[in-house]
Design a protein around this ligand. Sequence first.
Ligand code: ADP
Length: 506
Amino acid sequence: MNTQRPLKILQFAAEAVPFAKTGGLADVVGSLPKALKRLGHDVRVVMPRYGRISIEKFGLKRILDPFPVPLGDGTDPAAILEGTIGDDVPVYFVENHRLYDRDGIYMYPDDAERFIFFCRAGLEMCKRLGWQPDILHCHDWHTAIVPNWMKTIYKDDPFFAHTATVYTIHNLAYQGIFGFRVLEIAGVAEYGFIAHPDTADLNQVVDFMGRGILFADMINTVSERYAQEILTPEYGERLDPLLRDRRDRLFGILNGIDTETLNPATDPHIAMNFDTDTLERRGVNKAALQREAGLPEQPDTPLIGAISRLTDQKGFDLISAIIDPLMRHVGCQFVLLGTGEQRYHEMFEGLAQRYPDRMGVFLTFNAPLAQRIYAGSDMFLMPSRFEPCGLGQMIAMRYGSVPVVRATGGLADTVKDYDPRTGEGNGFSFEAYDPMALYTALVRATETYKHRDVWRQLMLRGMKADFSWTASARKYVDLYYRALATKAGEHAPEEYDVFQASEPGA
Ligand code: ADP
């Protein structure tokens, strides 16, 4: 097998930067394809054209007039518009006004139908364009029906005879669980539910994530640590028996970040650009952030930033347990940007009132403001209960904000705890999911901050680290070749160096 052959890769995703984003999935789909393209592959993306994606702003062109796409007992029309990510990665937008002309991206009662439809349209589109992909790369539950189809209704389709599937788990907690009806919508009702002896409670529902895991030629998740963790009941979200069965095809590949757009030396959204040679300029960004957040401009007070979905997954239950003593006893400021659960909105509104000189709160989704927080904060807080990869800590390091994290998933793979005895480390991390462990880590960070030379070293270490996609994109290419070999019934050659999940503790 020629592993140097350029591949044709179609990526299926529900969101992608710059068109639609609610979290890290969009960052990945907006940046991994560019890196694959640089490696010489023909990579394209397909996603829904949500009503909020402006045809004018993104210069979208219609390339296919409405054509019938099978859906349930009949068909529904899809037109295809084309745009680009970066200069030259084609993005195909599936247009269907009934399904996608709405204000939001998720949380509609017919979400299963909405995501099934764009995936089916993406496959049918390939035939109409005469573009035969080698790889269908599917991201998260919204697209997990594709590997299922490749083993059922498209199994004997000559057009896809040599097409393999890769399924990437960005977050196992969101599985897309529905009733039998969605199998009819997807056209696979005759194959019924999936019975697995160890996931009995899932045998009478349709779990899209489970189907992706069961049917994909190769599976991966977005860090090496998380690939290990999800084999255990603690992190497996009830799918760990399935994952253990499919361990031989489960890999961990750490996400990169888009180092072109996320670059403090050129970022147009921050008050002053800086790099490792002009670190002293960074203070201008801190002062600007303090002003924007209504906090006193105090250059020497450590400023903690957090940018996150406000959910328990991200450790907000831990934060809620220690935030008052932190505000009262530790001389620091805190700026939060996030949206999520109502109780956390109320909690932060209350904190902003109680500590107006210490707490700046933005309960909204605002990407430019996020850049200003990465550039202006001294430390970046991410105490997640679980974290498949996490991008915030990597973006923070690139902008010179030192991460304070819980050692789990991708956070454990990217942040090494600072050890004052050796001077090693690039941040602060703690193991136990426990409020006091978080509090102690924050006290260690704010104490270390007082030693400016040490702190400068920590900042520089983060800024100089390579978080680009280059290495990880190569690992995806390896995974694609493995998928093709599996599909062809060959054994994958030994030279592949992708991290493979093994038995926990092995
Ligand atoms: P997840 O995908 O689980 O939400 P990640 O850390 O992988 O977490 O990615 C989160 C991404 O979303 C980061 O790019 C972060 O900056 C961004 N983000 C999260 N919340 C907000 C917000 N309220 N405003 C702007 N950007 C946000």
